[in-house]
Ligand binder design. Structure first.
Ligand code: SAH
Ligand code: SF4
Length: 360
């Protein structure tokens, strides 16, 4: 039988307040729980010393605090760490920490597999099972912090940035993703700046429209092609939401956002002789001329069975220079963690009983 108690990691800050009221407590208790859990990493109610004894004793019959267990850890030569987390039924999702000089970025998963099936992505090739629950998404941050440290009262947070660029399409799991975002931003919980939380999407136009003005975090759009004909091949979702419709939605989102400083991040995987010619670069520049953006070029990370190669450095440089000469801010993303299959698009996890998503 499933546990009738509530896992507090499943609740947004507002839902945690409702939970407090439902057990006869004042809503401010929610702030105390958030701090104990997300700033100090405490999961045992008995240790929550500013909560009255009677309540501390009653809580274990009503609730518990549990993140998915880390079942494997892989460390890359470049310092990147990949953790595999057990989410039950033999399924596994992956989360990746990328340390840099001035920050540490955690790349989290939002679905078990991904139903979008971009032709170059290993997650897409691994199939799709289900959306992750709130506790399974925020649980990745919690589990990672259990290894590298919680924020406590530290000036420099051990996890300073969170990007939803792991397994899955965040906007197909939008209600849970929004709750996770609230926990990441809450000053009582992780307290991250909204510029340091990124939702990366393959472009679910109507959901981007819906989110405009409703949530304010950094947005990254996985574009990968300058034309609908090519994007139809690489990102099958493009057959449903064309580039123009997606870019219009993105502009609406930007207009209502402070977190992006007015610019969306455009992600563009470079695939050798597929989307990396100078003609493609000129076409991309023309497409984006009215879209305030910075462009992130991601040299393809190879994986078994993918029918693509990474372009040579000279092709990557040529593509970069065309965009740069138009005046775009362009970054070529350094590959991190590829020796442990933790680089962009290399996460596979364990996806069981694959199903076709109804809503894609
Ligand atoms: N589903 C979301 C977020 C996860 S994918 C999205 O598509 O945006 C995160 C990023 O990794 C995307 O920009 C995606 O295109 C990129 N990616 C996927 N497979 C890749 C590969 N094999 N090499 C390099 N980047 C890849
Ligand atoms: Fe899914 Fe993103 Fe991979 Fe496409 S790139 S299959 S949307 S995870």
């Amino acid at each position: 039988m499933s546990d009738p108690r509530v896992n507090l990691l499943d609740l947004s800050p507002d839902e945690l307040k409702d939970f407090c009221v439902s057990i006869g407590e004042k809503p401010f208790r929610a702030q105390q729980f958030l701090k104990w859990i997300y700033q100090w990493g405490v999961t045992d109610f008995a240790q929550m010393t500013n909560i009255k004894k009677e309540l501390r004793e009653r809580l274990p019959s009503l609730a518990y605090i549990k993140a998915p267990d880390i079942i494997a850890e892989h460390k890359s030569a470049d310092g990147t760490i990949k953790w595999a987390l057990d989410i039950g039924d033999g399924q596994v999702v992956e989360t990746v920490l990328i340390p840099e000089d001035d920050r540490s970025t955690l790349c989290i998963s939002t679905q078990v597999g991904c139903p979008i099936k971009c032709s170059f992505c290993r997650t897409g090739a691994s199939g799709f099972n289900r959306n992750l629950k709130v506790q399974e998404i925020i649980g990745q941050v919690f589990a990672a912090a259990s290894r590298v440290g919680f924020c406590e009262n530290r000036e420099q947070k051990p996890i300073s940035n969170v990007v939803m660029m792991g397994m899955g399409e965040p906007l197909l799991n939008v209600s849970n993703v929004l709750k996770v975002t609230e926990i990441l931003l809450s000053d009582y919980a992780f307290g991250l700046s909204k510029r340091r939380v990124t939702i990366s999407t393959s472009g679910i136009a109507p959901i981007i429209e819906k989110l405009a003005g409703k949530v304010d975090v950094a947005l990254a759009l996985s574009l990968h092609a300058p034309t609908d004909a090519l994007r139809d091949e690489l990102v099958p979702l493009n057959k449903k939401y064309k580039i123009a419709e997606v870019l219009t939605a993105v502009k609406h989102y930007l207009a209502a956002s402070n977190a992006n400083c007015g610019r969306v991040t455009i992600e563009y995987v470079l695939l050798d002789h597929v989307n990396d010619s100078t003609d493609d670069a000129h076409a991309l520049a023309a497409l984006l001329k009215d879209v305030p953006c910075k462009i992130n070029l991601i040299p393809f990370n190879p994986h078994d069975g993918a029918p693509y190669q990474r372009p040579s450095n000279s092709r990557i440089d040529r593509f970069y220079k065309v965009l740069f000469n138009y005046g775009f801010t362009v970054i070529t993303r350094t590959t991190r963690g590829d020796d442990i299959a933790a680089a962009c698009g290399q996460l596979a996890g364990q996806v069981k009983n694959k199903i076709r998503a109804q809503n894609v």
